[in-house]
Structures are given as structure tokens and as C-alpha cells.
Design a protein around this ligand. Structure first.
Ligand SMILES: Nc1ncnc2c1ncn2[C@@H]1O[C@H](COP(=O)(O)OP(=O)(O)OP(=O)(O)O)[C@@H](O)[C@H]1O
Ligand SMILES: [Mg+2]
Length: 357
């Protein structure tokens, strides 16, 4: 059921991730949006028969805010509160309440944001901003390194041709070899921005199957790659190769973390797909999204790098360049998606979320 037609534009409130209601100054609920209905666990019809004052554990601050906003004493009232939920016995939900004037006389807007959600959104935004700044820095730096590198390598080659003694050419070989190594690193740093996106219809299970085949070819023994697919997931527009690379990078990390278990023969990797409904990520609410989990039974992401592991050049293993997750994240972000990670010893779960049509 959509919101009331007597409030033009209120239907759009159903798209919001926050809970919104319209109430009279006395607290009678005139309208409630879909999110409020879901969070409160009460049908919209029941909500609209009652009083918004009944929703909070302590109604006093809301009663005051409604009165003051309706009476033009303040433009906006804000406070934190506990929201009651059904079924009875459900935990009360900590919310931040914002009461403000609406365009209609005697109608007040009551907006409630789950406090945890607010902190999560803040954190996501901060992390995202930092990651963007980091990536830009690394990219610029890579460009700066790339140009002189060609010159260094070329000069070493010329020098080598002039050398009479073979012992000395060992040194020029070191220069050339190290320049090549640096070149390869710089190329990986610049890679995601080099090839334009090739957009087509993507079947996520084709992506998973390809990754599975590649991983199994690399680890024919000691590693079980389980698949748990929801085959009803529709195709979506995207870049297949980019997504294969993203999933492969994450799966590769898992296999690195699983080294001991692979040797012991009980390593496990799970590829799981699901449809998520009404989810919020990257500040948007999506009706449908693809949820792809890449889960392993390894030791977990080292505590020390857990909140930085998506940053470029952050690695927790010997010989790692710290670019795999940065690349994976860039590719997923190019699909308006996001990657989340939940890790503990014995169970690490990377979740890729991508909006579905
Ligand atoms: N499934 C996992 N289990 C445990 N640790 C993980 C897992 N996935 C990632 N990590 C940690 O996160 C770090 C960063 O991963 P990332 O793929 O970005 O870089 P890398 O694997 O070190 O190097 P590269 O992928 O560039 O070769 C890893 O070094 C590892 O310590
Ligand atoms: Mg990696």
C-alpha cells in the first residue's frame, strides 16, 4: 500500500531509508511511510489509527517537540529516544528523532533515524572519502614514478652496451630488473583506470563459476569450493571481466589465508548468492540488490589492518602488494556496489552488494 494521495508527493517518502510520519500537533498519526511500518513491525493502517506518542518509550520529549514546532516556537526539534517495536518483547530501537514543520498547516513531520544506521552511514561515508583520497594519491604517485622509470631503464641498457667487463653488467642487470619490477607494480596501480568499462548483460553465476574453475585449477587438492546459488537472480548490466577480477581477488586472498588448511586438507571456500530486498548502501536505498558472499574458514583478517584493508598498499601477508582489495572495490563501485567484510577466526565473509534492476 502506498502513502496517502491527499498528500501530494508523500509517495516518495516510501523510498526513504529513514522512518517518516506526518502527525497533528497533538500527535495523531496521519501518515506513516514504508520504512516506519517495517521497523515498527506494525501495519501502516494500525499506525495511522494511533498516536505517534505511543511509539516511544518516553513520550514527553516528543509531545514537547510537537507542541513547540507547531506553535512556531522552534523550527526543528531534535532528540534521541527509544522506539517501541512489535511483536511485544522485541528490543526497543535507539533512534534520533527530528520533528519539523511541513508545508501543510497543523501537520508536523516526524522523522526517525536508527542511531546505529546513522553511525554506520557516517562511518561508510568517512571511509569512502578516505579511500577515494588515497586512491587519487596513489594514482598520481604512480604516474610520477612511471615516467622517470622508463628513462632509468633505458639508460641502464645503454650503459650495459658500453661496458667491457661482464662483472659490471651484473649491476646494470639489477637496475633493469628492479625497474621492471617497479614498472609492474605501477601498472597494477594504474590498471583499473586504463581499460574502459565494457558493459553487457551479466549473469552472476557465470562469474562465480569462472572464479571457481580458476581457483580449483590452482588448488586441485585440499580446498573445497562450495556453491550455494539463488538461481532466480536476474541478469544485470555490468562489466563481466571486471566482476570476475573482483571476485577472483577476494577468493585469492581467501586461498592465501587458507594455506595451512589447504595443506591439512580441510580448507573451505563458499560462493553464495542471494537477493536482498530494500537495502541501503552507498547512501541509496535499493528495492533489489544482488548479495554475493565469498566466505572462507581461514584464520580471519589480521586485526591490525581490518579497517584499512581496502586501502591501496595495505597488506597483511608476506609478498602481498596490497592492491587486490583496492582493485576489487574499484570494480564493484563502478557497478554502484559496495563490499563489506565480516571476519573472525574460522569464518571470514566478504559480501559484495550490487543493485539489481
Ligand atoms: N579472506 C581473508 N582472510 C584473511 N585475511 C585476509 C582475507 N582477505 C584479505 N585479507 C588481508 O587483507 C590484506 C589485503 O588484501 P589485498 O588483496 O588488498 O592485498 P594482498 O593480498 O596483500 O596483495 P595483492 O592482492 O595485491 O597481491 C591481505 O594481505 C590479508 O592480510
Ligand atoms: Mg590479495
Amino acid at each position: 500500500m502506498s502513502a496517502d494521495a491527499s498528500f501530494p508527493g508523500f509517495g516518495a517518502f516510501d523510498q526513504l531509508a529513514t522512518m517518516v510520519a506526518v502527525a497533528t500537533p497533538e500527535g495523531r498519526c496521519l501518515l506513516a511511510n514504508a520504512t516506519l511500518e517495517n521497523m515498527a513491525g506494525v501495519s501502516r493502517r494500525a499506525l495511522q489509527r494511533g498516536s505517534v506518542l505511543d511509539w516511544l518509550a518516553d513520550p514527553a520529549p516528543l509531545r514537547d517537540a510537537l507542541r513547540m514546532v507547531a506553535g512556531n516556537e522552534v523550527m526543528v526539534g531534535r532528540f534521541d529516544a527509544l522506539m517501541k517495536r512489535l511483536p511485544l518483547g522485541s528490543a526497543e530501537l535507539p533512534v534520533h528523532v527530528i520533528v519539523s514543520q511541513s508545508d501543510f498547516p497543523d501537520h508536523v513531520l516526524v522523522e526517525m533515524i536508527e542511531i546505529e544506521q546513522q553511525t554506520r552511514l557516517d562511518r561508510e561515508e568517512r571511509v569512502h572519502g578516505l579511500a577515494q583520497a588515497n586512491k587519487e594519491l596513489v594514482r598520481n604517485l604512480a604516474h610520477e614514478i612511471k615516467n622517470p622509470l622508463g628513462g632509468i631503464r633505458g639508460a641502464a641498457q645503454l650503459l650495459e652496451m658500453e661496458l667491457r667487463s661482464p662483472e659490471l653488467s651484473e649491476y646494470t642487470q639489477v637496475i633493469i630488473h628492479e625497474a621492471d619490477r617497479l614498472q609492474a607494480l605501477v601498472d597494477r596501480l594504474l590498471a583499473p583506470h586504463r581499460r574502459p568499462q565494457v558493459v553487457g548483460d551479466v549473469n552472476i553465476h557465470e562469474v562465480c563459476e569462472r572464479v571457481r574453475a580458476l581457483i580449483l585449477a590452482e588448488y586441485p587438492r585440499g580446498l573445497q569450493v562450495e556453491r550455494d546459488y539463488d538461481t532466480s537472480i536476474p541478469e544485470f548490466r555490468g562489466d563481466r571481466e571486471q566482476l570476475i577480477q573482483a571476485v577472483l581477488n577476494i577468493a585469492h586472498n581467501a586461498t592465501h589465508a587458507l594455506a595451512e588448511r589447504i595443506a591439512a586438507g580441510d580448507a573451505q571456500l563458499v560462493l553464495r548468492t542471494r537477493i536482498a530486498r530494500q537495502v541501503t548502501f552507498t547512501k541509496h536505498r535499493y528495492r533489489l540488490a544482488l548479495e554475493l558472499h565469498i566466505q572462507d574458514n581461514g584464520p580471519g583478517v589480521p586485526e591490525a589492518i581490518r579497517d584499512r584493508m581496502f586501502h591501496p598498499l595495505v597488506s597483511g601477508r608476506d609478498g602481498g602488494s596490497g592492491l587486490g582489495l583496492t582493485l576489487a572495490q574499484t570494480f564493484v563501485q563502478q557497478h554502484q556496489g559496495t563490499i563489506e567484510c565480516d571476519s573472525m577466526p574460522g569464518r571470514t565473509d566478504f559480501k559484495i552488494l550490487i543493485p539489481l534492476p
